[in-house]
Ligand binder design. Structure first.
Ligand code: ADP
Ligand code: MG
Length: 255
């Protein structure tokens, strides 16, 4: 059976210097599953996403993404880094969208969406442009391909960023507080694109403060605090009946 679109972690640990940022993280995400992560600032949410897409390597533990050891592999005696080429290939299969949209300011929306396929995969420009146009249409921006980022609203820029990630045909999409930098009236249009993606069966891990989205769209909700997953479960259950004291305290503040 194919493990494409899955994430499997056992006992992940990650430190920066003496500070342990992730400890004992176990995670199983099935293909097509949507997992939302909530938790206070500094709890390790971004670091966990960055490990899952290879921007950081874990210190120890098992991490398999799309069924493959990610970033490194383990033998009886040691961890060995995978070759940079292998890591780069693995990373193309995991898309990531950040709070700050990180578009290339000197490229149009269409050029932004084309850039990955053309530069990384060597896709022919004409073909990449056609695909970019389709992807822009799918996020409601079919008429905006020739605009530069500065000519787009925050919500539009974030939708271009999502289209740009999708252009690499990832099996997994990671979102790190994708609506936190947006004006409130622009949040809905980005969440709608994400909900659409979820419906199409994309495996997604979403760090968010949007509890409505977590409740309606996610299959699993995780609450993290101080580098550990404190509580997890069906989103309605966790939000309505949090079992752990720390989850209760956090939800009291945000709901
Ligand atoms: P969150 O996304 O939940 O706010 P982060 O994963 O960004 O949390 O950070 C978790 C902790 O790790 C914080 O204490 C942060 O200061 C620390 N941290 C994150 N990245 C680095 C880094 N590159 N170097 C040192 N410390 C870091
Ligand atoms: Mg963060």
């Amino acid at each position: 059976m194919s493990n494409d679109g899955t994430i499997h972690a056992r006992g992940i640990r990650k430190s920066f210097g003496y500070k342990t940022v992730l400890q004992n993280i176990d995670l199983d995400i099935a293909c097509g599953e949507v997992c939302c992560i909530i938790g206070p600032s500094g709890s390790g949410k971004s670091t966990l996403l960055r490990c899952i897409n290879g921007l950081e390597t874990v210190d120890s533990g098992v991490l398999k993404v799309n069924g493959e050891d990610f970033g490194y592999y383990e033998t009886d005696t040691a961890y060995h880094a995978l070759s940079p080429k292998k890591v780069a290939a693995q990373r193309t299969r995991v898309g990531m969208v950040f709070q700050q949209f990180n578009l290339f300011p000197n490229m149009t929306a269409q050029e932004n969406v084309m850039s990955g396929p053309v530069l990384v995969k060597g896709t022919h420009k004409k073909q990449a442009a056609e695909r970019a146009q389709e992807l822009l249409a799918s996020v409601g921006l079919g008429a905006f391909g020739d605009r530069y980022p500065a000519q787009l609203s925050g919500g539009q820029q974030q939708r271009v960023a999502i289209a740009r990630s999708l252009a690499m045909d990832p099996e997994i999409m990671l979102f790190d507080e994708p609506t936190s930098a947006l004006d409130p009236e622009k949040v809905g249009e980005v969440l709608a694109v994400m909900q659409d993606l979820a419906k199409k069966g994309m495996t997604m891990v979403v760090v968010t403060h949007e509890m409505g989205f977590a409740r309606e769209v996610s299959d699993t909700l995780l609450f993290m605090d101080e580098g550990v997953i404190v509580e997890r479960g069906a989103p309605r259950e966790v939000l309505a009946n949090p079992k752990e004291r720390r989850t209760q305290a956090f939800l009291k503040q945000v709901l």
